[in-house]
Design a binder for this molecule. Structure first.
Ligand code: NDP
Length: 337
């Protein structure tokens, strides 16, 4: 059983030596247990937070523990009447080939799911995050201007496309011309601005002539700086993630602008609300799944995956995810189906 463990806590961006590939025998199961073989492993930005010791909404990993993560797995052996060999399940096996489970917390995906890896993306955690954050906190209305960064990732691409379904003027922010072109041509955004451009703030302002009503916050940093002066009275900010900050080792340079931000929130009566998807919205999952299944079938939502083969390539792919090297939902294919 190959396993990628947390070898050291990263200082800034993770490096190779923060991860360790360990091998051991395939675990044995007891009565009531199942042995799961990982087929797909989801890589997500939140994993960076778990590598650090600092306090968060979840307990950090210990050094030597396997890296955590959502997986799509198959039942390899079973001594549990609820699960039969060959069945597909959504699980949380982490970065490893095999894991033993009591069956608790597993979601059945059937004997022959059409797109099993979608359970880690558009039909799973990121898609659900986009749906709830936008609809419950962003409260989109036809004609609103919606801005979302990490626009071609699983969260941002879904936010923007649901925004279009709701009649918004959607402006994406992404890293590089290729991603921006994809956001407009394939995802149907009205515009997409490259955050690496020197005149990013000017381009963003030009793409939002009526200001910004909803800013779905995925990244923070320079993108938020460009957004701030454009926010309209009554704007809503679903605070989903701050990926540009995850590798920071010290505060951003420059003057403290907290009082300026608080003043803006006050005079413009802006709603900023953080959320952690399953902690806050677990009971809404069936509503999301119904809508998303319909939209996918109707072709109203497009979804892009980046599949990387091999557990051993997970650390490199994860380091790239935090730097924008992925193009679409990053999934590691670990085993043959
Ligand atoms: P993505 O696949 O979109 O990957 C992250 C992307 O962030 C990169 O591809 C890159 O895209 C962008 N990025 C990285 N650094 C910067 C930077 N300095 N400035 C601007 N953009 C940057 O990730 P997800 O769709 O999975 O997640 C998006 C966000 O949602 C994350 O912040 C994540 O933590 C959050 N999240 C929150 C949840 C919650 O419950 N609150 C649940 C799930 C996700 P590009 O090249 O386009 O810049």
């Amino acid at each position: 059983n190959r396993q990628i463990q947390l070898a050291a806590r990263p200082h800034g961006a993770p490096v190779d030596s923060d991860f360790k590939l360990a091998e051991s025998a395939i675990p044995k199961i007891k009565d009531g247990e199942v042995l799961l073989r990982t087929i797909y492993l989801s890589l997500d930005p939140y994993m960076r937070g778990r590598m650090s010791a600092s306090e968060s909404y979840a307990v950090p990993l210990e050094i030597g523990e396997p890296m955590l993560g959502g997986t799509v797995s198959r039942v390899e052996a079973s001594q549990n009447n609820e699960f039969k060999v060959g069945e597909w399940v959504l699980s949380f096996a982490g970065w490893q080939d095999y894991v033993v489970s009591t069956g608790e917390g597993l979601t059945k995906l059937g004997d022959n799911p059409v797109k099993p890896s979608y359970a880690l993306g558009i039909m799973g955690m990121p898609g659900f995050t986009a749906y709830m954050g936008l609809l419950d906190i962003g409260k989109p209305k036809a004609g609103d201007t919606l801005v979302v960064a990490a626009a071609t990732g699983p969260v941002g691409s879904t936010v923007g496309q649901i925004g279009k379904i709701k009649g918004c003027h959607v402006v994406g922010v992404a890293g590089g011309a290729e991603k921006c072109q994809y956001a407009v041509d394939v995802l149907g955004f009205d515009a997409c601005i490259d955050h690496k451009a020197d005149d990013f703030a000017e381009q963003l302002a030009a793409a939002c002539p009526k200001g910004i009503d909803i800013y779905f916050e995925n990244v923070g940093g320079k993108v938020f700086d460009g957004v701030m002066p454009l926010l309209n009275t009554g704007a809503r900010i679903p605070l989903c993630g701050l990926v540009s900050q995850y590798n920071l080792t010290e505060a951003n340079a420059g003057p403290d602008r907290l009082s300026q931000l608080m003043g803006l929130i006050l005079v413009k009566r802006i709603t900023v609300r953080g959320f952690i998807i399953f902690d806050d919205y677990a009971s809404e999952y069936p509503t999301f799944a119904k809508d998303m299944t319909t939209w996918l079938a109707q072709g109203k939502i497009k979804y892009r995956e980046q599949l990387v083969d091999g557990l051993e390539n997970a650390p490199q792919a994860f380091m790239g995810l935090l730097e924008g090297e992925n193009f679409g939902k990053l999934v590691i294919r670990i085993g043959d189906d």
